[in-house]
Design a protein around this ligand. Structure first.
Ligand code: ADP
Ligand code: ZN
Ligand code: ZN
Length: 807
């Protein structure tokens, strides 16, 4: 038997299957989808068995055997293997990168470096000789350098260079499961009880342990720690010795939600709108037909309740459900709603879990112990085998696009999986992405709409505050008079405020504080990016460049500034302005430690602060009845990012955060501070008018030639040498122009908005097209032609076939 293996070597040159013979010892157990160890270029690497076959082109004497099988149950199902090929082609990723992305991190291979002697030992520096007493001895580099002396390290490095030592990477795939030792009773309870009596005098602790265990079910096992109340480790070992207890290693399941009580909940009687929506979804289930629904429902319209009931229906049919939620809204509140309805049938996967916890949650899915997973982007790869529905909440969120290889979008993956299982996908949002809404308009997705909040809760009233006006009246602080007054008013009433500092885009654009003027590119209608390195403003779509103006070209004011403030500064200012105000600040700094996010929210929920101040991460998922005011500082800071989605993101964020106010009985109010009060991405928030925003933004996209009217592909080229970076980018641009059709536009070479990261210069090329059937082939051919340069110099070329980050 021959195994066709995808090896874990990140190089285009070996991005294909390699043949290995399967030794007899593995012939019965090895199946497709298993991880294996194989020798590759004389070193052991991890690989995935993609196919098993009985033929090979490789001559017999050259065929090497699989050295080890790592999984008895394959972690990748046939369906996932097929899916991987599809993603590989669509995103131009390495095959192995896609396969690894489908698995929990704990299952990915680790490689450690091992030094071996290649010459005779006595030729080696005497300093190093003691480490190689026998021919079997090796140095485990990563461990060794922790204790080695400086001279030893120097000597080792020079010996490596001279070829006296050689460094080999060795694959070490750690067992991802957590194990522990447990004790259990070996004899019958009655006898153990008797023994306890006779031990009572001489060994009271041993007696206590036996008594405790004989009063419990016989097969129950406990750790030494759990038994420490009754007897020490020594007492336990004595009992093991005498044959009363068994001591074993067992696999422990880490349950990050263990010990927590979840109030159980049941399906609520649906409102009319909800019933209609659910009816459409269940109809698709009944017809066993794949359909993608776009559910646009305002914040608080009861979308989550629909998800819950659609899942309930799926489970009743014996099928499984995947629910994707953006990372930052995977709050305990959100998780609780699923746990309350489906209890221990739910696995939760998000980045706050440790590697081990993630592995355990994944394993519960693979072993069929759960049938629902709620998780961030990568949960779309949950190894279910009988999927009945996939739900993507807040489908417009940028975090569904992975920004490293493989650059997949969870939405695309979800649709591909649902097609395989003939089941529905439900995309939900109050502010769908333009791409999705356009698809719904064309009938590719089926549109479902809910315009009203549950229980007729009114949408909060939104007021725009023109910060230019504030400045004119002499208020130079970051807070308008109105916002301060209203925050104080809330505090006196014992109600709460959410204060959003929209901080993305820190100092990357400049703006006139007098009139709100932001310099834009004359060719692209996109704001210019400030480049610190050369003190210039530049368009990163077409390369246009100008110097930073000293005075505003529009109103001649000298108040032209780089834009950006930090949350810390806001907190200090606010404390100065409102004496004694209690603030909880939530940003990357205060939420770095595990569980911090949750603790802060719980505190806020208990009313221990008047204000929750934070960045983007507070805009989602909060559902506290006492929030009656939402304030937004610098609503427009994102608007001027050099990104064609800037308006869309601004509208989405503002709508989201506005939705935090007045979700329950008390009505809410939203104050948005802005320097661009006429911009449609801000004015349409006032009316909660998605449709009007959509129409205006579609016009802009049409004029600018952006998605959803055109497709984009971006190539990011980087190199440590600036001249070479430009040269390679030029070569790439020429190649693309020559090989793509005339209707396709190739823009470049252009310096990236962040022109150098970690001493690497970055240039980019953008491809805009409507129909380009050759694209994947041309790009593949391009990568193959660059292969030698990539291998020999430090050239790097990244292709993103659906870019979401333009920096
Ligand atoms: P969304 O996900 O659209 O923001 P939710 O599903 O969170 O909306 O619903 C908002 C609030 O209304 C929640 O507190 C939820 O429990 C409640 N709710 C939803 N559907 C119903 C219903 N049919 N009857 C009563 N309350 C409901
Ligand atoms: Zn001005
Ligand atoms: Zn431009």
């Amino acid at each position: 038997m021959i195994a066709k293996v995808i090896v874990d070597v990140p190089s285009q040159a070996v991005d294909r299957m390699f043949d290995y013979s399967v030794p007899d010892s593995l012939a019965k157990t090895l199946v497709v989808g298993c991880r294996v160890h194989v020798p590759f270029a004389n070193r052991p690497v991890q690989g995935f068995v993609a196919e098993l076959s009985d033929s090979t082109e490789v001559p017999k004497h050259k065929l090497k055997p699989v050295t080890e099988q790592l999984d008895l149950v394959p972690p990748l199902t046939e369906e996932l293997l097929q899916l991987a090929e599809k993603i590989k082609t669509e995103t131009l990723s390495l095959h192995v990168a896609v396969l690894k992305a489908m698995l929990p991190q704990a299952m990915r291979a680790k490689y450690k470096k091992i030094l071996t002697v290649t010459a005779e030992i006595n030729k080696l520096d005497p300093l190093l000789q003691p480490y190689f007493k026998t021919s079997e001895d090796v140095i485990e580099w990563d461990e060794w350098i922790k204790n080695a002396s400086e001279n030893e390290i120097k000597s080792a490095v020079s010996s490596l260079r001279k070829g006296l030592l050689s460094a080999e990477p060795v694959v070490t795939t750690k067992d991802a499961a957590k194990k522990r030792l447990v004790y259990s009773l070996k004899e019958e309870s009655r006898q153990a009880m008797k023994e306890a009596e006779s031990l009572q005098k001489k060994a009271p602790k041993q007696a206590a342990v036996l008594r405790f265990l004989s009063e419990r079910p016989n097969d129950k096992a406990y750790t030494a720690q759990e038994l420490s109340e009754y007897g020490s480790k020594a007492a336990l070992d004595a009992l093991v010795e005498k044959g009363w207890l068994a001591k074993q290693e067992t696999v422990v399941k880490r349950d990050p939600y263990e010990g927590r009580e979840f109030e159980s909940s049941e399906n609520l009687p649906l409102l009319e709108d909800q019933a209609v929506v659910l009816g459409e979804i269940t109809a698709a289930m009944d017809e066993k037909e794949h359909r993608t629904f776009l559910l646009r429902g305002v914040t608080g319209s009861g979308k989550t309740e629909i998800y819950l009931q659609a899942i309930d229906r799926t489970l009743k049919e014996g099928k499984e459900a995947i629910v994707l939620v953006p990372e930052i809204s995977l709050t305990p509140q959100m998780v609780n709603r699923f746990k309350a309805r489906f209890g221990s049938r739910v696995a939760v996967m998000h980045s706050a879990l440790s590697k081990g916890e993630k592995y355990d949650e994944w394993k519960k899915i693979r072993d069929g112990e759960v049938d629902v997973v709620v998780g961030a982007r990568s949960a779309v790869f949950a190894p279910f085998t009988n999927l009945g529905i996939i739900i993507i909440d807040e489908e417009h969120e940028a975090s569904y696009k992975q920004e490293e290889a493989p650059r997949y979008h969870a939405r695309t993956v979800a649709v591909a999986r649902a097609e395989h299982y003939n089941c529905p996908v439900v995309l939900g949002s109050a502010t769908p992405s333009l791409e999705s809404y356009a698809r719904a308009q064309k009938g590719v997705y089926q549109l479902l709409t809910m315009e009203n909040r549950v229980n007729d809760a009114v949408m909060p009233s939104v007021t725009l505050i023109d910060m230019r006006e504030e400045l004119r009246t002499g208020n130079r602080s970051m807070f308008s008079e109105d916002l301060l007054d209203k925050m104080e008013e809330r505090r006196l009433k014992g109600e709460q405020t959410v204060l959003l500092l929209n901080r993305r885009g820190y100092s990357t654009f400049i703006m006139c504080r007098e009139c709100g003027f932001v310099p834009e590119c004359p060719h692209c209608d996109i704001s210019l990016t400030y480049h610190r390195t050369n003190q210039a403003l530049q368009c990163h779509y077409c390369g246009y460049r100008e110097t930073v103006p000293v005075r505003c070209p529009d109103c001649d004011s000298d108040q032209i500034r780089f834009f950006g403030t930090g949350t810390q500064k806001v907190e200090e200012e606010l404390k100065k302005q409102l004496d004694g105000i209690r603030i909880i600040r939530m940003d990357v700094d205060t939420t770095r430690t595990k569980g911090a996010h949750e603790k802060l929210l719980t505190k806020f929920g208990r009313g221990e602060a008047d204000v929750l101040l934070g960045t983007q991460m507070i805009a989602k998922g909060l559902d506290y009845p006492n929030i009656t005011l939402v304030g937004v500082l610098a609503a427009d800071s994102m608007l001027h990012l050099p990104d064609f989605r800037a308006s869309e993101r601004t509208f989405q964020l503002l709508t989201q955060v506005a939705g935090r106010a007045g979700r329950h009985k008390k009505t809410g109010e939203v104050l948005i501070q802005t320097y661009s009060p006429e911009h449609y991405s801000i004015t349409e928030v006032k009316q909660h008018d998605f449709l009007s925003f959509y129409q205006k933004e579609m016009q802009m996209r049409k004029m600018g030639g952006y998605p959803p009217y055109y497709y984009l592909t971006m190539l990011q080229v980087s190199h440590t040498d600036l001249h070479k970076t430009v040269q390679f980018t030029e070569k790439i641009t020429d190649f693309l122009r020559q090989n793509l059709s005339d209707t396709t536009k190739v823009f470049g070479p252009v310096a990236s908005p962040i022109p150098r990261i970690k001493d690497r210069y970055r240039y980019q090329v953008m491809i805009k097209y409507k129909i380009e059937p050759q694209l994947a082939d041309v790009l593949h051919e391009l990568m193959v032609s660059l292969q030698t340069d990539i291998a020999r110099t430090d050239l790097q070329v990244i292709i993103d076939t659906n870019p979401h980050m333009m920096m």
